[in-house]
Structure formats: structure tokens, C-alpha cells
Design a protein around this ligand. Structure first.
Ligand code: SF4
Ligand code: SF4
Length: 423
């Protein structure tokens, strides 16, 4: 009876926020998918969310959200929900104890709230870290509340249940780490590894990160008390294992060779593939075309912009940030990367052509100098062995080979020996 009341209260709460039961079930489907469990378990996921929110009252899952070197774009992306949607349901499951941007409090009282959470909820809170870690000037490149940003990260990460690196800057430094990177920006995973802190880091790239990725990960960690299945870059496998290109609605045009070569052209109006004007969809692993943006209204390619690969971020290498890898954005992708160097295929082709041309010129000079070009050099017209063994010769010669008796070699040798003897 009590449970029914809780559930009906939960749906009333959803209704009051303009969230349909259908939207809510879709969110539960996304959570189930992220957890790698069967879609048949969606009702159980829904029940878990209902009971958690219904019963939690004052006992919500603590979250610390630290803003490091960033533009606050990921916070904006998460908080831009102007009318409630299914994602806001997840917010009901957390207690955002600390956020420089979103918390109502400020100053020392807010710092105290963070310290209290780290102490009292050790091992039971999630750390969301937005923005790059700045190592420059011994960590002094970023100071908050009179403390180097690197120290704050270590303290908060050491005691967390899991760390979420939110946005490409937190994953590997993002545009903060673009050359020449004077503040030595890097990603959370890279920094924690260097500092010897062994804590699961869930990397959610994007510039900014899609709020649905975060809500799904948070919901899974809170409900299932487990980190979602991650790929080899510690990114949630079900969100970041396929390329943007795999799920793009313009893919048919790509296969048909129908491309946009110029913005404002007829091909663009026809919605052809944007690859020649810089689309990084084939190189970027992310499910943007499925999850979409702004409450699933649209996404980059659908709205006419080539994907600029903002989810490309190698957490082990801040030099491979999406800006370094993908600029200039509206040019065809520079596909080739060798070590720290990136080459455009056209540049490589031109270089190789130049090298081959140079080799031919040098060879020509060599031929000229050795006199071979003037027809002065002797060439072996017929291999000597073939000449001596015409019945066993391989290949054809224009020169008519006279049959030489098989034992002629012995006779010649004997003759030479006899002559030598006489001498
Ligand atoms: S627009 Fe981009 S992602 Fe879509 S098919 Fe073309 S190359 Fe692939
Ligand atoms: S489609 Fe490309 S540019 Fe757009 S959000 Fe996804 S990864 Fe970033």
C-alpha cells in the first residue's frame, strides 16, 4: 500500500514537471543499455529509480562537482534544461553538495560543505570533474580557495567512489591543452595516474558533453552501484564505441558518392554528405546521432554542420586533443598521424611524388655520368650460364644462341691446362 502511494507520488511528481511516463521509460532504457543489461530489465530499472527517489528524502547520493580549467560549457549543457525532461529525474537522485557554478552558497561555507562531504561520505560520493587539470607552475596555474587545483583534485578523487571526467577538457586537456599549452593542461585520468591514485575514472568526452550521457552514467552508478562497462579509453562502451558516421542519416549519400563541396551549394540544400567540407564523423567515436541534443531535437550534422570531432580525446595523451587533431575544421580530415606529427593525405602524396621525382632525376644524372645514357656501357645480352647450357636456359633472347657441346667446358679447361703445361 505504502509502495503504491510512493509510486503514484512519483508519477505525480513527473507529471507536475511535464515529464511523460514514456520519456521516463526511455531514460530507463538508456540506463539499462549503459549498464549492458537486457532491455527486458527496464521495468526493474524504473522501479529502482521510483523507489530511490520516493524513499530517499534527505538521503540522496552525494556528488561533488569541481570546476577546473574550463569555459563552464559542460555545466551549461547540463543545466540548460529550461523545461524539465527525463534527465532532470536523475537530479532528484543526487545531492549536489558542491559546485562552484550551480551551488547557491559561496565562499568558505561552500568549501566547508565540500570538506564535510569528503570526510563524512568517503567512498560513497561521486566526483564530477569538469575542465582540464593545470599542472603548470607546480599546480599554481589554477588556484581555488587559496589551494592549487591539483591538490583539490587529489583530495576529492582519493575518497570518491568513482570519478567522472566530464567533457573533453577533463578527458585529456581539450582545447586548454592545444599547442603550445603553457599551463601544461592535461586530463584527469592522466594526472591521477601520475600522482599514483588508483581510482576508476569514467571519461565522458564532448565539447560540451551531452547531458544525457552524464545522467545515464550517474543513474547507473547510483542505482547499480557499479561503474558502466568502459572501452579501452575508459569511456562508456555503449556510448563511445561506434563512430558518428555509423549512425548518421547522411550515410546513404556518402555511400552513393553524393557530397557537399561548398557551403551554400545545391548539394548542401539536398542534404548530401559533409565529408569534403570537413566532417570528422568517420573518425569520431560517439553516439551523437542517436542520443541527439537539446532534448533529442537535432544534432550537429542534422542541423547542417559537419561534425568537428569534439569527442575525440585520447585520455593518455594530452597532445591528442580534439583541437590539435581536427583543426582546420572545415577542411578534409588529416587522416595520418605518426607519433606527434599529423599529415594530410594530400601532403603525403605530394611529398612522395616529389621524392620519386628527385630519385629519378638523381638516377638520370648517375646514368649520364657513368656513360650509360650514351650507349657506351656494355650490357650482358645473354647470361653466360644460359649461353653454355641453351637446352636448360630460362627465358628468351633475341640473340640466336649457337649450341655449344656439353663437354666443351671440360675440353676448354683441358686445353688451357695443356697450354699452361707447355709454357
Ligand atoms: S555527414 Fe559526416 S558522419 Fe554523416 S555520412 Fe557524411 S561523413 Fe559520415
Ligand atoms: S557530432 Fe561531432 S561535433 Fe557534434 S557533438 Fe558529436 S562529436 Fe561533437
Amino acid at each position: 500500500m505504502e509502495k503504491e502511494a510512493t509510486i503514484s507520488g512519483f508519477y505525480e511528481m513527473l507529471e507536475a514537471r511535464g515529464v511523460t511516463r514514456r520519456d521516463f521509460m526511455k531514460l530507463c532504457g538508456a540506463i539499462a543499455a549503459a549498464a549492458g543489461v537486457s532491455q527486458l530489465t527496464i521495468p526493474q530499472v524504473a522501479e529502482a529509480v521510483e523507489s530511490l527517489i520516493g524513499n530517499a528524502k534527505g538521503n540522496l547520493y552525494p556528488v561533488i562537482w569541481i570546476e577546473a580549467a574550463s569555459c563552464t560549457g559542460c555545466t551549461e549543457s547540463f543545466a540548460q534544461v529550461d523545461t524539465p525532461d527525463a534527465a532532470t529525474v536523475v537530479l532528484e537522485m543526487i545531492s549536489l553538495n558542491y559546485s562552484e557554478t550551480l551551488s547557491a552558497g559561496a565562499g568558505f561555507s561552500l568549501e566547508e560543505a565540500k570538506e564535510q562531504t569528503i570526510k563524512e561520505c568517503a567512498g560513497k560520493y561521486i566526483l564530477v570533474y569538469e575542465g582540464a587539470v593545470l599542472e603548470g607552475w607546480e599546480g599554481q596555474a589554477l588556484r581555488v580557495a587559496d589551494t592549487p587545483g591539483t591538490e583539490t583534485l587529489i583530495e576529492a578523487a582519493e575518497n570518491a567512489f568513482a570519478v567522472v571526467a566530464l567533457g573533453s577538457c577533463a578527458v585529456n586537456g581539450g582545447w586548454m591543452a592545444a599547442y603550445p599549452n603553457p599551463s601544461q593542461a592535461c586530463g584527469v585520468q592522466q594526472y591521477l595516474k601520475k600522482a599514483g591514485i588508483d581510482k576508476p575514472v569514467i571519461n565522458i568526452p564532448g565539447c560540451p558533453a551531452n547531458p544525457e550521457w552524464l545522467t545515464t552514467v550517474l543513474a547507473q552508478v547510483i542505482l547499480m552501484e557499479q561503474v558502466p562497462a568502459l572501452n579501452d579509453e575508459n569511456k562508456p562502451a555503449l556510448m563511445f564505441s561506434q563512430t558518428v558516421h555509423d549512425n548518421c542519416e547522411r550515410r546513404g549519400h556518402f555511400e552513393n558518392g553524393e557530397f557537399v563541396y561548398e557551403f551554400g551549394s545545391e548539394e548542401e540544400a539536398l542534404g548530401y554528405c559533409l565529408y569534403p567540407v570537413g566532417c570528422r564523423g568517420p573518425q569520431t567515436k560517439s553516439n551523437c546521432g542517436i542520443v541527439r541534443w537539446n532534448r533529442r531535437r537535432s544534432w550537429c550534422v542534422e542541423s547542417g554542420a559537419p561534425c568537428i570531432g569534439c569527442c575525440e580525446a585520447n585520455p593518455s595523451n594530452s597532445g591528442q586533443n580534439w583541437v590539435e587533431v581536427n583543426t582546420p575544421f572545415f577542411k578534409r580530415h588529416r587522416d595520418l598521424r605518426i607519433g606527434d606529427f599529423v599529415f594530410q593525405p594530400g601532403t603525403v602524396a605530394l611529398t612522395l611524388t616529389g621524392l620519386v621525382a628527385a630519385a629519378l632525376v638523381i638516377h638520370g644524372f648517375g646514368m649520364k655520368i657513368s656513360g650509360r645514357m650514351d650507349g657506351g656501357a656494355d650490357f650482358e645480352k645473354v647470361r653466360k650460364w644460359d649461353e653454355k647450357h641453351p637446352d636448360r636456359a630460362i627465358g628468351h633472347y633475341d640473340v640466336v644462341v649457337e649450341k655449344v657441346p656439353e663437354d666443351s667446358e671440360d675440353q676448354e679447361t683441358k686445353a688451357e691446362e695443356t697450354e699452361g703445361g707447355k709454357a
